[in-house]
Design a binder for this molecule. Structure first.
Ligand code: BG6
Length: 538
């Protein structure tokens, strides 16, 4: 891990390497002070040499090969165009400041006038110091050769405290709060380590020739072009007060969603009027070992207590990673979608000895939120699991809510020893605790909130069952992370695969699909509202 300090008017112009003479000197000064921190005796010049250019070239060619079936021994025709064949390419440092490290971490922070002359002295302005110390303390754990660069942040509130950009992984981490616990909690470190799993592929997308004072720096060009491409937007990741990385999804109509790496859990979904549509407990606890009461926890590999594992499985209690290889789904590079992945830890393998990959794509659209869960068997023998997306929906008053689409279905009643019954009511309404799994439900279920005049429409594929849960007053009091009155404003209607567990042969993948949308409350699960028909639609 190396550190450099340089100025730019934003990360974009940093990437285009616009430097003043003063800042240039500052850059050197800063590097010098950092060298002593790193307790290395390497001379400055050596630190700045693009040592890994040949490995970069190799990776680039290997990736091209796998993507375009090129012959590895043949130079891609674009090498000349992109500057890879220039005589100085493997001989000396190139124009610009971005060397060919395996990974670049940029801290976009204030401007050179605010920077301390030595990174360890910046007591009044601790962000660079904290980031530097956190990375330095864990540098042996960071597998990729990583260079930390401090550059100027000037885009108004966007860089109010400091943003972290990670290249080539295209992760933008918005550091709003500069607290020691943020770094101690390892969230930035976790992010950087997760980034290790991402490939070098993105670099390919933006290669172009850049002529700067007669020299070419393909590395700078590629970063610049990649960030500039509209379709390849960096993810917005912010720090939770408790140190949980949180991904913010936004889309043009103004709605938003928030997803935690912890549990791969959606914890917020707001419509274009900024109204929250998901319930979050007033006493929600955000601890690494516990699922968060609210949002959309993922229950895997076991739903409820239908097995020997902890209730609802371990996936909701684990730290997931960003997934840059969601194939066979096409990769998405927008700010309204994120791909996450969970692989088993050693501890998980002891309790559930299966090799798997659990993936989740969360996509925010205008008026709808889509989740695509997938499970792949990486074992050489089949395994089975049960699964649910537990949707904690926010409702105005549970007594005023009804569910349509589950009538006449059979269900297991968890309150009566999981006995099987047949639903007799025309619609499900609520006047007490409910804890049921409706079996083989239709693909569309309507949750009608009369008071809010809002209907949630839940569409699901690959998850044939639907669990319905509300603890009501007595049980709510016994649940430590649920407020006594919270049961009134929540209702869980889950997409689930419970009655028949899902069986996967070696290397098979299961895929589910869930979409929640909201419509006006006149909507009744596919039927027309008679009063609307009489009065006419407005
Ligand atoms: O508290 P948890 O683990 O999130 O589970 C909430 C409820 O989920 C239901 O599905 C279970 O049947 C209940 O027993 C449980 O209380």
């Amino acid at each position: 891990m190396r550190i450099a300090h340089l100025s730019s008017s934003s990360y974009r112009s940093f990437i285009s390497v616009r430097r003043t003479t003063t800042n240039y000197q500052y850059h050197y000064q800063y590097v010098s002070s950092s060298i002593s921190n790193l307790s290395t005796s390497k001379p400055l010049q050596q630190l700045r040499l693009p040592l890994s250019l040949s490995s970069l070239r190799l990776q680039r060619r290997v990736v091209s090969t796998s993507m375009a079936s090129d012959d590895v021994t043949t130079l891609p025709a674009d090498d000349d165009k992109y500057g890879f064949t220039r005589s100085e390419m493997y001989q000396t440092n190139l124009a610009g400041t971005v060397d060919a490290y395996d990974r670049h971490v940029f801290l976009c922070h204030k401007n050179p006038e605010d920077w301390a002359s030595r990174v360890e002295d910046s007591a009044s302005d601790p962000l660079p110091k904290l980031l530097f110390s956190a990375l330095k303390a864990r540098k042996n754990d960071i597998a990729l050769k990583t260079k930390l660069t401090i550059c100027e942040g000037r885009d108004g509130t966007e860089f109010s405290d400091g943003d972290v950009l990670i290249f080539p992984e295209m992760v933008k981490y918005r550091v709003w709060k500069c607290s020691g616990s943020f770094f101690e909690s390892n969230s930035i470190f976790a992010l950087i380590v997760h980034a290790c799993m991402l490939s070098f592929r993105i670099l390919l997308l933006g290669f172009s020739l850049e002529k700067r004072k007669g020299k070419v720096n393909p590395i700078v060009s590629s970063i610049k072009e990649t960030f500039r491409l509209k379709t390849i937007m960096p993810l917005n990741i912010v720090n939770e007060a408790e140190g949980f990385p949180r991904i913010i999804l936004t889309e043009p109509s103004g709605s938003s969603a928030e997803v935690l790496l912890h549990g791969g859990q959606v914890v917020s979904w707001k419509n274009d009027r900024r109204e929250e549509l998901l319930f979050m407990s007033s006493k929600a606890i955000r601890k690494t070992s516990k699922a968060i009461r609210g949002g959309i926890p993922v229950c895997f590999p076991q739903f409820g207590t239908m097995g020997s594992l902890e209730q609802h499985g371990f996936a909701r209690n684990r730290l997931w990673s960003l997934d840059n290889d969601p194939s066979p789904l096409a990769a998405v590079n927008t700010q309204s979608s994120v791909d996450l992945i969970l692989r088993p830890s050693e501890e998980d393998s002891k309790t559930w000895p299966r090799r798997f990959e659990l993936r989740l794509r969360v996509t925010l659209g205008s008026g709808k939120l889509t989740l695509i869960p997938r499970v792949r068997n990486l074992d050489n023998k089949p395994f089975s699991f049960t699964f649910a997306l537990r949707n904690y929906l926010s409702v105005s008053d549970i007594s005023e809510v009804r569910i349509e689409g589950l009538e006449t279905l059979d269900y297991f009643d968890n309150l009566i020893r999981k006995e099987r019954f047949t639903e007799q009511a025309d619609a499900i309404t609520f006047d007490g605790e409910i804890d049921r799994v409706y079996l083989s439900s239709p693909t569309k279920i309507a949750i009608i909130d009369h008071e809010k005049k809002r209907t949630f429409v839940l569409r699901k594929v690959g998850m044939p069952d639907a669990a319905v849960w509300n603890p009501w007053d007595k049980r709510a009091k016994a649940i430590s992370d649920l407020g006594d009155e919270d049961y009134k404003t929540m209702l869980c209607v889950d997409s689930a695969a419970v009655e028949n567990s899902i069986v996967l042969k070696p290397f098979e993948e299961w895929k589910g699909h869930q979409e929640i949308s909201t419509v006006s409350s006149s909507y009744c699960s596919g039927q027309l509202d008679p009063s609307k028909v009489l009065r006419g639609f407005r």
